[in-house]
Write a protein that binds this ligand. Structure first.
Ligand SMILES: [Zn+2]
Ligand SMILES: [Zn+2]
Ligand SMILES: [Zn+2]
Ligand SMILES: [Zn+2]
Length: 302
């Protein structure tokens, strides 16, 4: 918990990359990348209440901002830094994020080491200078917490529409589904209009809002701190690997990973010889390590 003044200088980011979610929407009919660039900005929140947004930098994967902001914090527990791509048509695309507890921050900055590089997820690094000035007199009375609540709810309704829900490494965001989609968790159709689906911005998995907290397989796009082979590019090898082979579907079939239709005439997708899971070719790498986890995979759909 932190009460006091937070000063952050957002210096630069390096190694930003388009997420699989973005790549999917940036590919034209002939499978070529239409736009291989982004216009990034950083969105800062404290306990999911928006406190700052940097300017947008044009067409770059290594933006430099050098922008400073200051914020009074009342009993803050978590600082969130999220990089978004400033899209021409909203909503803006998620690029990468990092969240850190104030306890951690206080620890890091205690010995004058306030100039830090944080590892963003799923990729990239962010260079920040953090200055924390803790309030000496603990003003934790009811009046201030009420005030915080008031400010919080006002800001929340205005600025946190693009919330990232993190479960098992996945970074789910409410997404407008433009085509019929099945939930990869419960395998039921996602009904309704508007933002009905939760899609992981890293691996493109789509689930119901009500199912997103139940997703068990870890997001394959997030490096696992415990397994070092992730650094060598073997992040998808595991004994849970599927045995995908090219398959020609004669009936309407949906991808069991991202939930949308597998289209085309022949060899449209891949079918696992072991568990019968069906996926798009583009979804293979993201579905790769979940064989037999999903025991109720449907083979053909109505
Ligand atoms: Zn994911
Ligand atoms: Zn579901
Ligand atoms: Zn399988
Ligand atoms: Zn798919």
């Amino acid at each position: 918990m932190f009460t006091g003044t937070l000063k952050v200088k957002l210096i630069e980011a390096v190694d930003l990359k388009l997420t699989d979610f973005q790549l999917r929407h940036n590919v034209g009919l002939v499978g070529k990348l239409i736009k291989n660039t982004m216009d990034p900005y950083v969105f800062v929140d404290i306990d999911e209440v928006h406190v700052h947004r940097t300017t947008t930098k044009q067409k770059t994967f290594c933006p430099s901002w050098n922008e400073m902001f200051e914020s009074e914090v009342q009993s803050g527990t978590n600082l969130g830094l999220t990089v978004f791509h400033d899209a021409a048509i909203p909503p803006d695309d998620f690029v990468a994020n990092y969240s850190m507890s104030f306890d951690e921050l206080i620890d890091i900055t205690k010995d004058q080491n306030s100039d830090i590089w944080v590892n963003l997820e799923p990729q990239g690094k962010l260079h920040v200078v953090v200055d924390l000035k803790q309030d000496v007199c603990n003003s934790n009375n009811e009046e201030t917490s009420e005030l915080k609540e008031l400010q919080g709810s006002n800001r929340r309704s205005r600025d946190m529409r693009r919330r990232v829900h993190q479960v098992n490494g996945h970074k789910f965001m409410a997404t407008l589904l433009r085509q019929p989609t099945f939930c990869s968790h419960c395998q039921k159709f996602i009904w309704g209009f508007g933002k009905q689906g939760y899609q992981c911005q890293v691996c493109t998995r789509v689930v119901h809002k009500r199912c997103h907290e139940l997703v068990v397989p870890r997001c394959p796009g997030i490096k696992d701190a415990t397994s070092e082979e992730s650094a060598t590019g073997q992040r998808f090898s595991s004994n849970m690997s599927h045995h995908f082979v090219k398959h020609t579907y004669f009936r309407c079939t949906y991808c069991n990973h991202c939930g949308s239709l597998i289209y085309g005439l022949i060899k449209q997708g891949l079918k696992c010889k072991a568990c019968n899971m069906n996926v798009h070719k583009r979804c293979e790498k993201n579905a790769a390590n979940s064989c037999h986890i999903n025991t109720n995979v449907i083979t053909e759909t109505h």
